[in-house]
Structure formats: structure tokens, C-alpha cells
Write a protein that binds this ligand. Structure first.
Ligand SMILES: [Zn+2]
Length: 152
């Protein structure tokens, strides 16, 4: 039901003219050509946002220093290998530099040094495991004649 704007009488929704006074009704909105709103491109402010983010991380006293973990892991590895693991020792150095860079707010450098410390840890781990296997094999080889003698 719609109401005539002129006389106020009720009419069918589909009526084009008022049944009472003949006043023409406006066409339903759906039949009117849809005027497309021009898409207003929003100014890109993303770079300013991403630039502001790292600063907030540095200012946060609870922010975790990613280099710390890898420095500690390299220290553990160095101790386990009785300070004979060169890669782990290099990893400690880079971990320390990474921690220092992070504290200075130089995140890019901290990230790069952390990456090296991480690589050094895995290289050192590989070296450690390898030397362990070699020493195990060497020990087995040297005691092999004894074992064979005992069997015979
Ligand atoms: Zn009317």
C-alpha cells in the first residue's frame, strides 16, 4: 500500500496513478537507472603504518630479542662440544651482535645477524653430530679386533 502525495488516499503498490485523483506516482526505485558511485581510491597509507610498527616493537620492553635464543643455543652447543665447535663459537658472536643491534633498534641488522647465528647453530650441530659419530666409529674400529678375538 502506498499513499498519494496529493490527496493522501491509499493505492496499490503497483499503481502508476492515484485511483482517487489521478496523480502520477513516481516510478519504483528499482526501475530507475542505477547510478554507479565512482570508486574513490583511498590514498595508500600502508607504508607509513608498517614503518611505525617496528618502532613500537622496539619501544616495548617486553619485546623478545630473536638473537637471544640463538646465542643461548650456540653457547649450549659450544659447551657440549667442549669449545671445539668453531661454527657454534661464531654463532655466539653473531648472536651477541644481533642482540646489540636489536637493542639499538636496528632491526634489519639484528635480523641479518640472527639469521647467521641460526645457520651457525645448525652447521655447528651438524659438525657436533658428525664428530660424535666419527669418534664413536673410531672407538668401535679400534676395539673391533679385541671383540673379534674374544669371539674366536
Ligand atoms: Zn490522489
Amino acid at each position: 500500500m502506498k499513499y498519494c502525495t496529493k490527496c493522501g488516499s491509499g493505492n496499490e503498490d503497483q499503481a502508476m496513478f492515484c485511483a482517487n485523483c489521478g496523480q502520477a506516482f513516481e516510478q519504483p526505485a528499482a526501475e530507475q537507472p542505477v547510478v554507479e558511485q565512482p570508486v574513490v581510491e583511498q590514498p595508500v597509507e600502508a607504508p607509513a603504518y608498517t614503518e611505525a610498527q617496528p618502532a613500537a616493537v622496539v619501544n616495548d620492553p617486553n619485546a623478545k630479542n630473536p638473537a637471544t635464543l640463538w646465542m643461548i643455543l650456540n653457547i649450549v652447543l659450544t659447551v657440549l662440544c667442549c669449545c671445539s665447535n668453531v661454527a657454534a663459537i661464531v654463532g655466539i658472536v653473531f648472536g651477541a651482535i644481533g642482540m646489540s643491534s636489536f637493542n639499538k633498534g636496528n632491526l634489519e641488522d639484528a635480523e641479518a645477524k640472527t639469521k647467521i647465528a641460526k645457520i651457525m647453530f645448525f652447521v655447528g650441530l651438524g659438525l657436533g653430530v658428525l664428530s660424535f659419530i666419527i669418534s664413536l666409529a673410531t672407538g668401535l674400529m679400534s676395539s673391533l679386533p679385541e671383540i673379534i678375538n674374544n669371539l674366536i
